[in-house]
Ligand binder design. Structure first.
Ligand code: PLP
Length: 423
């Protein structure tokens, strides 16, 4: 049944059916959560062995005692581990604390207080600072921008990356100081930037000399179906394009070992890193090295990390499959929604009938299913179409994902029927 081609009478009849399904679900008094992309307990348990290594270890690595002060920008062995994954050189890496998001915030904060290496002045002295935000995107990126008072400029994200015709035009404005990118298994669509888009990003001419490409490679090794998409080193691509200082790449082990208790890194040109270190030295004597040490002992190298990620994939795959089969069986053919089918990352993006996302969110809440707020995937929480919803199936148990998806799909249908019947 195509809802958009059905008569009022057919829609009325369907409305009664779906309304009673919704009421039956409400009477189950559910309490389910599809909000944030968190690993479930079994995924966290995969890394318990990391702390088991603590008993009997000697805390010595790279010629130092990791329990003591020293090494502002991290253990060389830990840099090698990240460089193995990202493809850049170990000397192009700074190891930070537990969170890549915190390192991104810190970079922007430094841009405001000190300026970046090629800035004419600190960004706090600029009249206007704008940042490009491919949408839909990661709400916490946009929140960093808005917390500093930047203007967020939404740019459509296609299956192969941001709309580069638009980006290349916008960067002619010197107040456009950077762009947020999640290039692999993007949050929330799960899209992978194509080689052509990556080349255009590296090669484009920006009016701002200190344009900061925030290359958040949060899902560098996070494939749950098929073969991992491999990216060549983006630092090298920017260098070859003549823009070595443009890129700041981030990654972390949050969703490899323990979420929020992993290790994070920033990769950038050696000149950029020398500049960052010259400010960082006032901020800390050094980040937590015992955790870096344990991660190196436990994860060893890229090959071993990929084996470890296969265990994550086995836990995640059935949940993502449950999401796809619910969407297909409940919404397929109704012509009221489309959705993405990612092979990695932590999210699925649902595009409901324009004008219904907020209503769907409310209906889900009414039936005890908590979804990320409608609009959260857009700067200022404003989805101009009121259409996009982010599905995060990793944390609940499989049977709860199945139930929550039923509630979501029934809500998508009900909201569409309400809208169509109003017309
Ligand atoms: N970047 C993206 C795109 C994310 O989706 C997330 C978490 O969901 C993060 C960063 C957070 O990473 P971290 O735990 O390293 O701060």
């Amino acid at each position: 049944m195509d809802y958009t081609k059905s008569s009022k009478k057919e829609l009325q009849k369907e409305y009664q059916v779906i309304r009673s399904r919704y009421e039956a679900l409400c009477s189950e008094h559910l309490s389910l959560d599809l909000t944030r992309g968190k690993p479930e307990k079994a995924q966290l348990d995969l890394s318990n062995g990391m702390y088991a290594a603590l008993s009997g270890c000697d805390f010595q690595m790279d010629g130092i005692d990791v329990r003591n002060y020293g090494l502002l920008d991290g253990l060389p062995s830990c840099k090698r581990l990240f460089s193995d994954i990202l493809g850049c050189r170990p000397e192009e890496i700074i190891i930070g604390g537990n969170s890549s998001l915190n390192m991104m915030y810190d970079l922007i904060a430094k841009a405001y207080t000190n300026g970046l290496m090629n800035s004419e002045r600190p960004w706090c002295q600029e009249e206007h600072v704008k940042f490009l935000c491919p949408v839909p995107g990661y709400d916490r990126h946009f929140n960093i921008s808005t917390s500093f008072g930047m203007e967020c400029i939404p740019v459509p994200l296609h299956t192969d990356g941001p709309d580069m015709d638009i980006v290349e035009e916008l960067v002619k404005d010197p107040s456009v100081k950077g762009m947020w990118c999640t290039p692999k298994y993007s949050n929330p669509d799960g899209f992978v930037y194509s080689e052509q888009v990556r080349e255009r990003i590296a090669n484009m001419s920006t009016a701002a000399p200190d344009f900061a490409l925030i290359w958040d490679n949060a899902y560098a090794v996070h494939c749950f179906e098929g073969t991992l998409v491999e990216f060549p080193d983006m630092l090298g691509i920017c260098r070859e394009a003549g823009h070595p200082d443009r890129i700041y790449e981030f990654a972390s082990f949050s969703k490899v070992t323990f979420a929020g208790s992993g290790i994070a890194c920033m990769a950038a040109s050696t000149d950029n890193l020398a500049y960052i270190r010259s400010i960082l030295k006032f901020q800390t004597i050094g980040f937590e090295k015992v955790a870096q040490y344990l991660h190196v002992l436990f994860l060893k190298d890229k090959e071993n990390i990929l084996k470890h990620m296969e265990k994550h994939a086995e836990i995640l795959r059935p949940k993502f499959q449950a999401v796809q089969s619910a969407l297909q069986s409940e919404l397929g053919g109704l012509n009221i929604a489309k959705w993405t089918n990612p092979k990695g990352g932590y999210f699925v993006s649902l595009y409901a009938m324009p004008g219904t996302a907020k209503r769907i969110h409310a209906l889900c809440s009414g039936a005890g299913v908590n979804m990320t707020g409608a609009g959260a995937t857009y700067p200022y929480g404003r989805d101009p179409e009121d259409s996009n919803l982010r599905i995060a199936p990793s944390y609940p148990e499989l049977q709860d994902v199945v139930k929550a998806m039923e509630v979501l799909c029934v809500s998508v249908r009900l909201a569409a029927l309400e809208l169509l019947l109003q017309k």
